[in-house]
Design a protein around this ligand. Structure first.
Ligand code: HEM
Length: 169
């Protein structure tokens, strides 16, 4: 996971008044380097510790993080949000991730179907962040003042090879 995301997790913990506690527990002396791709285990360790410190489960943490991160992403990357609809934003997510990650990491999110009424996305990652993905997508739909359902057909957490997320207008 890119350090920028690990740092955003730390920023959320700072807002919760628990950043120092988490850093101490993980033995972190400084924040992550935003441009470096860290092992996925490091991210999982970080999130695991955050859940413990906040006394919440992973899904609740992912929803909290999605809520927290959207305004920050809008501020940091305003250009990506200049499109006119949620659909236009969502189809560019794989491109955004391609630009934001160090070359060599396999794409974790792909658009596999794009019609007038629906977009199908495939998500595959050992981080199993489909709850975060769905929460982010719902936020994006809301941001553009639209009404769409975000559902999950297949899910890694149920033993499927990947998660299939469907956004239906
Ligand atoms: C301006 C908008 C966005 C930027 C700049 C951005 C950037 C990033 C970056 C840098 C990562 C780390 C990827 C890696 O290290 O492999 C990431 C992960 C992720 N992003 Fe985004 N993202 C944005 C919007 C979204 C949206 C709207 C979604 C909704 C589906 C999303 C879903 C995810 C997921 C699920 C991951 C975790 C992948 C994993 O490691 O399992 N992102 N994003």
């Amino acid at each position: 996971m890119m350090g920028i995301i690990n740092n955003l997790v730390l920023a959320l913990m700072e807002k919760e008044g628990k950043k120092d506690e988490v850093m101490k527990k993980l033995g972190l002396e400084k924040e992550y380097d935003a441009e470096v791709a860290y092992p996925e285990e490091e991210f999982q360790r970080l999130v695991g510790e955050c859940c413990k410190v906040l006394n919440i489960d992973s899904d609740t943490f992912q929803e909290k993080f999605a809520e927290f991160v959207i305004p920050i992403l809008r501020e940091k990357f305003p250009g990506y949000f200049e499109v006119k609809s949620a659909k236009e934003f969502i189809v560019q997510i794989p491109t955004i991730h391609g630009l934001a990650t160090t070359a060599g990491t396999a794409p974790k999110l792909m658009v596999v179907k794009n019609t007038d009424k629906e977009i199908h996305m495939i998500y595959s990652s050992p981080n199993k962040l489909c709850t975060m993905a769905k929460a982010l997508l719902r936020k994006v739909v809301e941001l553009y003042g639209e009404s769409a359902q975000v559902k999950e057909k297949e899910c890694m957490k149920k033993g499927d090879d990947y998660c299939k997320i469907i956004i239906e207008w």
